[in-house]
Design a protein. Structure first.
Length: 492
């Protein structure tokens, strides 16, 4: 019997309470192999939905449940007022005792700068016993026109001057923060798009700007997301002028794992074309907090040296801040990952598709940087395609690069298992994935009620990830009754 159904694969929201897995919100439709349409969640999951909904299945990937929720301090903005709104900012914290901490909130109002909220007389917001907090961020002037909002989780003895019109938030604020949540909210005059479950704004300029310098265009001819959810960046020529492409994440991610998946050849791009996958802050502190993957044919002296890719922790001019290597010819896909932590940045690039971090095949290069590691602040992720020194492509041709996905995961948890293929075979749901613990085991559980504690979910099967961290999970549709069913992939 054929059952059209909706399958959800996602990770739990950060520090979900024990026995209370939470399906994180999905925000972007993409296509995946087979008959399924997928939606990436902002915490590395993929929701796969079958058109013609009859029953619902939700699959979670969790570390094993314990008896308590031990999390690193974290803060989340749960209600970000829209641009022009006078509504309050709301959020929640976890991993701390609410009475021992406060929230320091700041807004950026162009062109005036950053301001403490709600007021200098009341610079800190009290956290309620359930971890929630609320701040009035429109207490004067044109606060409703703020484009960026920053919420820092701090101790009650937090010591800092009131911020009134500064172009950048002082570094000592971040040094005292236990965690932070910083976001750019959508506002007029900027084109926005959704990619890999994140919001991004598209750069445009009427004059030459960096990098390059170049002209940048927000045209759909230069930047777009296709029906498969992949980001396309294209360098184009119009009326004798070359236009480059760049997108900037709305969210600041901070310390953690960053992964970029490229579905284009990089060896056949013109020598004047540069692909950048990096973090960047407009604040010049810590060399703009810039950590790069770059497809670049020139070495640090501007000489073509036979390599075409590099790891960089800025400033690039300093010895020991750049490692160069070559992405081989004919490689149509590559994965580039760095782990940014206090005191080190760990880089890794490989050809081919997604694979566990422990995989040793097809690795191009790795590097551990430990010199002067940037402190996380208000940086964003940027992805761009541009022309070296603003010089036109030597071959005179336009160029395009496809980025199929971007992933971020906190330091405490490298990328969780991810479904790369899902299908309905006969009366079985078959999920194929990777990023598991090589040789590790997992338990598949099922429940018709999402809110039940994990101990009340019904075990269905135990299986192991293979030596590369891959897994295949087959579930009979007869096991998915009643109509609404949820599944838990519990790592053991």
């Amino acid at each position: 019997m054929f059952f059209p159904l909706k399958i959800t694969f996602s990770t739990p929201c950060k520090c979900a309470r024990v026995g209370r897995p939470i399906c994180c919100p999905s925000v972007e439709s993409v296509k995946v192999p087979g008959y399924l349409a997928g939606v990436r969640t902002r915490l590395d999951g993929v929701r796969l939905s079958w058109h013609g909904l009859v029953s619902t299945v939700c699959v979670f990937c969790l570390p094993g449940f314990g008896t308590s929720c031990l999390c690193a301090p974290s803060i989340e903005i749960t209600n970000l007022p829209s641009y022009g709104s006078f509504a309050d900012l709301r959020g929640s914290v976890s991993g701390v005792e609410p009475g021992e901490c406060r929230v320091a909130v700041f807004i950026y109002v162009p062109p005036y700068g950053w301001y403490t909220k709600p007021t200098c007389a009341q610079p800190l917001t009290v956290i309620q016993s359930d971890g929630s907090w609320t701040t009035d961020i429109t207490t004067g002037g044109v606060d409703e026109l703020a484009t960026r909002v920053a919420a820092l989780l701090v101790r009650t003895n937090f010591d800092a001057d009131c911020v009134l019109g500064l172009p950048f938030l002082p570094t000592n604020l971040f040094a005292q923060a236990l965690a932070s949540a910083i976001v750019t909210r959508q506002h007029p005059g900027v084109r926005w798009l959704s990619f890999s479950g994140e919001s991004w704004w598209v750069k445009t300029s009427s004059e030459r700007v960096g990098p390059g310098p170049n002209y940048f265009s927000d045209s759909t001819n230069n930047v777009w997301v296709d029906a498969l959810g992949r980001l396309h960046l294209r360098i184009t020529q119009d009326a004798g002028r070359w236009y480059c492409a760049e997108v900037v994440s709305a969210r600041t991610f901070g310390f953690g794992w960053y992964r970029f998946v490229i579905e284009s050849r990089l060896d056949n791009l013109d020598t004047n074309i540069v692909l950048g996958l990096f973090t960047w802050s407009d604040d010049p502190a810590w060399a703009h907090r810039e950590i790069d993957f770059e497809r670049l044919c020139m070495d640090t002296t501007g000489r073509i040296d036979g390599n075409n890719f590099q790891f960089v922790v800025q400033p690039w001019e300093m010895p020991g801040h750049v490692v160069r290597f070559k992405v081989p010819p004919q490689a149509t896909s590559s994965v580039h990952t760095f782990c940014w932590e206090p005191g080190a940045v760990r880089f890794r690039s490989r050809v081919g598709g997604l694979a566990p971090l422990s995989a040793t095949t097809n690795v191009l290069d790795t590097w551990v940087y430990t010199l002067v590691t940037p402190q996380s602040g208000d940086e964003n992720v940027r992805i761009n395609l541009w022309l070296y020194d603003g010089m036109p492509p030597g071959n005179g041709h336009e160029a395009e690069v496809i980025v199929s996905r971007f992933d971020f995961s906190p330091l405490a948890k490298p990328f969780p298992p991810v479904v790369i293929r899902a299908s309905l075979i006969g009366t079985n749901i078959v999920l194929i994935g990777t990023d598991g613990v090589p040789g590790g085991s997992y338990l598949l559980l099922s429940s018709s009620e999402l809110g039940l504690p994990a101990c009340a979910w019904m075990p269905l099967q135990t299986n192991r990830f293979d030596a590369a961290g891959n897994f295949t999970c087959t579930v009979g549709l007869a096991e998915t009754q009643p109509q609404f069913r949820f599944f838990l992939l519990q790592l053991q």
